[in-house]
Design a protein around this ligand. Sequence first.
Ligand SMILES: Cc1cc2nc3c(=O)[nH]c(=O)nc-3n(C[C@H](O)[C@H](O)[C@H](O)COP(=O)(O)OP(=O)(O)OC[C@H]3O[C@@H](n4cnc5c(N)ncnc54)[C@H](O)[C@@H]3O)c2cc1C
Length: 354
Amino acid sequence: MNKPLSAIDPGAAMASNYHETDVVIVGAGPCGLFAVFELGLLDLKCHLIDILDRPGGQCAELYPEKPIYDIPGWPVISAQGLVDKLMEQIRPFAAEFHFGEMVSELERTDAGFRVRTDANTTIACKVVVVAAGGGSFQPKRPPIPGIEAYEGRSVFYSVRRMEDFRDHDLLVVGGGDSALDWTLNLQPIAKSLTLVHRRPEFRAAPDSVNKMFALRDQGALSFEQGQVTALKGEGGTLEAAIIKGPEGDREIAATRLLPFFGLTMKLGPVANWGLNLHEELIAVDTEKFESSEPGIFAIGDINFYPGKLKLILSGFHEAALMSQAAKRIVHPNQRVVFQYTTSSTSLQKKLGVA
Ligand SMILES: Cc1cc2nc3c(=O)[nH]c(=O)nc-3n(C[C@H](O)[C@H](O)[C@H](O)COP(=O)(O)OP(=O)(O)OC[C@H]3O[C@@H](n4cnc5c(N)ncnc54)[C@H](O)[C@@H]3O)c2cc1C
């Protein structure tokens, strides 16, 4: 744990970007969002901070239009659809969001904690919930000379809106699920689509690979074995790419390049908060999902315990149990009464449905 800021920050409470709340949630991915609901039912107010410019974490950033099939009660829901529903579900609790800010410092104070962001927001709170997923995630950049000049214009590491790729000559690179899924999803709207992978074997689901080869056999897309070694274009506008394959170099028309080489998950500042870690994940108990520091909890992909599954539904369960423990810290003299939303008028009043 860093040294308390109190001595160097006497005017913090006067600053406009100073806030006080019950709970600060680091990360507004699906698990951080659902934590607002569980904490809200127990009358705990939350502030959420996220580096991204919108809620949803991996769901919104990496695969918003992909269907998810294992959210209880939703046979199928798109990742962005799930985020939208979570935002609707937590609306009654009026949580405050701080987007585009990274939590950089976390200090214990006499009253609880003080959380600071790289945008100089300071929040005093009683409980901290780290729902930081894989930390700050960065796509791995392929080793193509000069690729930086095309990034954000012709080279993209995620698909936020499929429409942005309509009628383009698309070059998708990679052999994992993301590369194959986007090949199949974008092929119907692309002017042309070429998938490039350095080996004939794929890491992606066999079903996706079979579908891709079936489309190739119908002439609906091309598959090239090889590696992209150079890009051609002016001012960030891509026109073609050179593929080095087993039979030499080939030039392929391409106006959009989508490399899927995986993500580097960087734990970032969380690593400096003095918490016990297990291989870059925060070690927690399975009763409260509390870290080695009392009052600091970790839920979702960021935590570790024996048997942990990095699934959204696991994070939802963790949020519910964490909230019970957080309540006891924030309101130590109040009894926590177990209630169902179906039958409790008091919970329904909080949800605005009574
Ligand atoms: C392609 C793909 C498909 C998937 N499909 C499924 C599926 O079908 N079913 C399923 O259950 N799961 C699936 N997952 C996994 C699922 O998305 C994750 O389990 C889930 O997103 C974890 O949620 P989280 O809230 O813990 O973290 P995340 O979604 O990773 O969100 C964490 C947030 O914390 C923020 N953050 C990190 N560090 C800081 C900091 N210091 N300051 C401020 N903000 C910070 C990040 O910016 C991020 O927005 C899939 C994942 C991928 C990549």
